[in-house]
Design a protein around this ligand. Structure first.
Ligand SMILES: NC(=O)c1ccc[n+]([C@@H]2O[C@H](COP(=O)([O-])OP(=O)(O)OC[C@H]3O[C@@H](n4cnc5c(N)ncnc54)[C@H](O)[C@@H]3O)[C@@H](O)[C@H]2O)c1
Length: 251
């Protein structure tokens, strides 16, 4: 896949899709920067034990100066930046009428402003390198609606459009920008939604029942697509939205 030696930042890489992606990149010989608001030294140790190079940087993606420090620490450790995976995200299962202004702002700051800040900091470095790749993690809920998920859905719709606009602006710099739109993935984020619902078993069956494949995805099944989108095997793709949702949005 020609990812050996490439330097890759993955935000939200302590857990779920981001962690599976970091492990997969590391197995391809890439140097991975595990960027997360929570301590991920243990996850990084597990990656380096497998003979891969990895660095943990604690960062809140919604904070511009912390994001600038993330890029500086990456360059100090590895000297370049080839791929940025904007994966960090949070959810909120509420209707708009129940969503407070503070909740809306926090969710938008992490899910949408985080993509803006990380991309804004990474692109000049990639321009100096002569190119790079950005993969944004949106959601099927950025393409279709869902019940009691309005702010999240709006943030992910924003990520889809930001992907296309950045692809247009930076194709000439040799930077490809794509996004993946996962369906339901068995991660702490989704498991918390299920467990916090009034009837967890019914909620799980309802989510699974909306897929054609009648199951949740494993994080590795999304990581496989992200790694493909970051590699030269997707060299003619930019501005694309790749839906990986077990068929949820097929009907
Ligand atoms: N799980 C799903 O069903 C699903 C479906 C579609 C899209 N997604 C998206 O995939 C991405 C990863 O989600 P996941 O399911 O793996 O969730 P997860 O909760 O397992 O992992 C998210 C990670 O992001 C980190 N994070 C949260 N806020 C942060 C911040 N401000 N700065 C830096 N890191 C922060 C968390 O600490 C966590 O490690 C999210 O963007 C999510 O919206 C998930």
């Amino acid at each position: 896949m020609k990812l050996k030696g490439k330097v890759i930042i993955i935000t939200g890489a302590k857990s779920g899709i981001g962690l599976a992606t970091a492990i997969r990149f590391a197995s391809e010989g890439a140097k991975v920067v595990v960027a997360d608001i929570k301590d991920a030294h243990q996850e990084v140790s597990e990656i380096t034990r497998r003979q891969a190079e990895a660095l943990f940087v604690q960062v809140d993606v919604s904070n511009g100066s912390q994001v600038a420090a993330l890029i500086e620490k990456t360059l100090a450790a590895f000297g370049r930046l080839d791929v940025l995976v904007n994966n960090a995200g949070i959810e909120l299962t509420k209707k708009i009428t129940e969503t407070t202004e503070a909740e809306w702002e926090h969710l938008m700051n992490v899910n949408l402003k985080g993509v803006f800040l990380c991309s804004k900091a990474a692109i000049p470095v990639m321009q100096r390198n002569g190119g790079g790749v950005i993969v944004n993690v949106a959601s099927e809920l950025g393409l279709v609606g869902g019940s009691e998920i309005a702010a999240y859905s709006a943030s992910k719709g924003g990520v889809v459009q930001l992907t296309k606009a950045m692809a247009i602006d930076h194709a000439g710099d040799g930077i490809r920008v794509n996004c993946v739109a996962p369906g339901p993935v068995s991660t702490p984020l989704l498991e918390a939604i299920i467990e916090n619902s009034s009837n967890p078993e019914q909620e799980r069956q309802s989510i699974v029942g909306k897929t054609l494949l009648k199951r949740l995805a494993r994080p590795e099944e999304i990581a496989n697509v992200i790694v493909f989108m970051a590699s030269d095997e997707s060299s003619y793709m930019t501005g694309s939205v790749v839906v990986v949702d077990g068929g949820w949005t097929a009907h």
